[in-house]
Design a binder for this molecule. Sequence first.
Ligand code: C2O
Length: 502
Amino acid sequence: AIGPVAELEIVNRDISPDGFKRSTVLAGGTFPGPLITATKGERLNFKIMNALTDPTMLRSTSIHWHGIYQKGTNWADGTAFVTQCPIAANDSFVYDFSTVKQSGTYWYHSHLSTQYCDGLRGALVIYDPDDPHKDLYDVDDESTVITLADWYHVPARSIGFVPPTAVATLINGKGRYGFGPNVALSVINVQRGKRYRFRLIGMSCEPNFTFSIDNHTMAIIEADGENTVPLEVDSIQIHAGQRYSVVVTANQDVGNYWVRANPRPPLGISGFDGGRNSAILRYVGAPEAEPSFVPFPPSSVKPMREVDIHALTDAAAPGLPHPGGADVVLNILPGFDPLTLKFTMNGRSFVPPSMPALLQIISGAKAAQELMPKGSYYELPRGKVVELSLPGTNFLGGEPHPFHLHGHSFSVIRSADSSTYNFENPVRRDTVSAGLEGSNATIRFVTDNAGPWFLHCHIDWHLELGLAVVFAEDIPNAVKENPVPEAWENLCPRYDSLKPDQ
Ligand code: C2O
């Protein structure tokens, strides 16, 4: 693991995490990138050095710190063409987000086109010395991170309009594909009688995963960096961008157990057959072997339902306790345009502007209507409660879209797995599934963070095809409250003049 002040080199490297060698884009040369750990209140400062050379993939980059509010540092949000120009090849840039008041499980990834699908993804954990769960669950170890990722055998930019299908699921960077070799799987070591906090991170470009550990239950205590009332489950559906912390007690016989992350949509050759979509939970004293063949997970009697997850503190949703009881009520309809083969939000497909939204605001844009591209911005006044309804959809194979909002957590007053509203103690998080047709996710948040913030589907192929809008929050104060460093001002001229193979 690396600390809160670090240098990260972004490189191309040939790796074969599933036994198939391919060129990738990596942070620090590994997949996933190095685990970053920090303690609440510390200064986070990352110098990114772009050493990318492979012309078959993007050579510029931009790093997003998923879930970090970036209050006062909107320019460090890392969203290419919303909050910055990309970092050109051979250039470097420092993301300095000073003291972070958040704690929990986060991640970082490229936010330039679909570059993170080529490998640039890693975990970011912020420990809280005063974690309220310490009283509820005195865990013996909270250092385990479990990353769930989809993996592809071709570079993302070689892919046209039809989103590709992943070939493997990598758990902590290891996995198996179709008729590939039986590479060694990731092992999570535990000792019988001890209690663990595992941090699950959905680093997917597309699928959601049903996560379970054979013979073990899990108590969810965190969702997307927000503490929750402990909820005992035996399987978790985790969407692209989402995180959970679970408490697991090693209370079974000493042995090896399958850890499973079954993807939806399924891979080319789906399901489980002796080690695909899986890792191993190994007790101290167990043989260094794979668990015996169990084709399906023991049936789930307590699958997680999002509606059952409740925020631990300050749980009430902002606004009045009825649908529509907010200052600003927005309906944004995801759509698909069969003529252009692009996704739309309220009829507009998001096309990244050449001048980042923040730079447009700095350069004098005073209202959402003045921001390019037209129709993709929603102006939000300061200090208001916003309610946003996101209906479920069934287009393109019927995958639920996981929507992520930058710069905020939100209360999920209606979950996609519920038909009723909860204003009293809904889960708070930063990425929510809108579900399939007939369902609806409705969220509320307070506009307390001036700046342009992305709201988009975290299926990266869908974002690339325009499934995004930008909230232009408190434009009058966005510049004053987010003073940009000089290096930031140099990004666009450098990016233009260096003309990397973008
Ligand atoms: Cu994890 Cu806009 O992203």
